[in-house]
Design a binder for this molecule. Structure first.
Ligand code: ATP
Ligand code: MG
Length: 443
């Protein structure tokens, strides 16, 4: 027997527990119940607008994001998790956002052949950033895309959809969350603005930080997106893209504003809103909150009419947004909204396990009626089972005691209401009282 295999050695060497990856989170109930609730709200709302679910891989070729998002962006330069597939040498990346993968899939499956598409997807994305509240290395996005639509009507629809989501969640639009809007114009308009911007930045060389100097000629628009306080005043005075927009771009923005005005949705036109991805043109927007410090943007999106062609597809316009699920959950938590805990309606206390053959069919029947019932497993005293019932968060204990069973009944003991009386119900007619347990849930 080798040294390592000796039983004594095994007992002595306590293994260090393995830890999860920094900036990547686990979630258990009740927090996971709030995720489920939020995702449920989103699914319902997206269906109401005719958007359909799409699912694409978490891993894509690195080149997809280099071509799609742009080489001179924070994401591609510093934040993307890339690796070489050991078996075949392929260059792969964990997706840092969902749009590029969806566009790749739409092209690959010729999915725009039959006309425009309204799509959504929810899932994890990965960015190597410094973890802090509201900023993680694995986080989750709701991604919503409308592909094949050129008009401002669809931009407005997406913005109204996000507003409807806030309303559903109980957020006060304008107070808890507000809309900023801008237009990035068309490539030619951007080129004219870019020339003016470079000239302006060259005049202020001394104020530029490292990032800005590097981007001065590669991506000067992104210099305006700086978070460096020392550059704010200089950036404020830079030539504004809005002043370089042509008639069509102006009309597009105006049409969106007209719809938003008619819908009573307040917004700010923010000429400095450029967003962190290169693929946008015309409309860009962000929903920002005052409650999350510097992680203020909950949702951001815009139009990307050039991306589909840039990724090798037949040219088609598109617009969409990405929403940070963690940030939205933090916001709801900060405001005391979304308190879903996912607790069962009832917890079955089973003092005598030999009675299970009589009890289990009752529990099955309750579940068929839509009641969530957690069965006590593992025996134990009456008292210890009640402790578990209480800890489960259930509103009722279903007590299958000897006396009750002898009478063909079960006792329903309220666990959450002070002074509420226990009642008994017949085992033979579950359908007649199952509803009572659920009414309480909806109350
Ligand atoms: P930020 O300026 O905060 O870095 P971003 O412009 O990089 O955001 P997008 O690429 O537009 O963000 O992603 C869409 C949404 O995803 C953001 O509005 C935000 O809510 C969320 N998000 C972005 N990065 C993170 C992250 N590291 N952790 C958690 N949520 C994030
Ligand atoms: Mg970012």
């Amino acid at each position: 027997m080798s040294e390592n295999n000796k039983p004594d050695a095994t007992r002595a060497a306590k293994l260090e527990p393995l830890r999860g990856v920094k900036g990547m989170n686990d979630s258990f109930a009740p927090e996971s119940a709030r995720w489920e609730w939020l995702e449920g709200q989103m699914r319902g709302l997206l269906a109401a607008y005719g958007y359909r679910n799409a699912r694409t891989p978490i891993v894509e070729p690195t080149q997809l994001f280099v071509r799609g998002i742009g080489e001179v962006t924070d994401i591609v330069e510093k934040e993307m998790y890339t690796f070489t597939d050991k078996l075949n040498g392929d260059q792969l990346a964990l997706r840092p956002e969902i749009t590029a993968g969806l566009v790749r899939a739409v092209i690959e499956h010729n999915a725009l052949y039959d006309g425009p598409l309204r799509l959504w997807s929810i899932g994890p994305v990965f960015r190597h950033e410094r973890p802090q509240k509201g900023r993680y290395r694995q986080f989750h996005q709701l991604d919503v895309e409308a592909m094949g639509f050129a008009g401002p009507d669809i931009d407005a629809e997406l913005i109204l959809l996000t507003r409807a989501l806030w309303k559903r969640l109980g957020l006060k639009e304008g107070e808890d969350i507000r809309l900023e809007l801008n237009s990035l114009g068309e490539p030619a308009e951007r080129a004219a603005h870019r020339a003016a911007l470079i000239a302006y930045l060259e005049q202020h060389q001394a104020l530029l930080d490292e990032d800005a100097k590097r981007r001065l000629y590669t991506n000067p628009l992104r210099v305006l997106d700086t978070k460096n306080p020392a550059m704010q005043a200089m950036v404020e005075g830079a030539p504004k893209l809005l002043d370089f927009l042509g008639e069509d771009s102006r009309a597009h923005l105006q049409a969106i504003c007209t719809v938003l005005d008619a819908a009573g949705l307040a917004y700010t036109i923010n000429p400095r809103l450029v967003r962190g991805l290169d693929y946008y043109n015309r409309t860009v927007f962000e929903w920002v909150t005052p409650h999350l410090g510097s992680q203020a943007t909950v949702c951001g999106g815009g139009r990307y009419d050039g991306l589909i062609a840039q990724l090798g597809g037949k040219p088609a316009p598109a617009v969409g947004f990405g929403l940070g699920m963690e940030r939205l959950l933090l916001l709801l938590e900060a405001l005391g909204l979304n308190t879903a805990d996912g607790a069962p309606d009832a917890y079955a206390v089973i003092p005598d396990a030999t009675q299970l053959p009589r009890i289990l069919p009752v529990l099955e029947a309750l579940r068929e009626q839509g009641v969530a019932v957690q069965m006590h497993a593992g025996g134990g005293s009456f008292k210890s089972q009640f402790k578990k019932a209480d800890a489960s968060g259930a509103r009722y204990a279903l007590v299958f005691g000897g006396d009750e069973l002898a009478r063909g009944e079960v006792a329903l003991k309220p666990l959450r209401e002070e002074g509420a009386a226990q009642v008994t119900r017949p085992l033979a007619d579950v359908g007649g009282w199952a509803q009572e347990l659920q009414n309480r849930r909806n109350a």
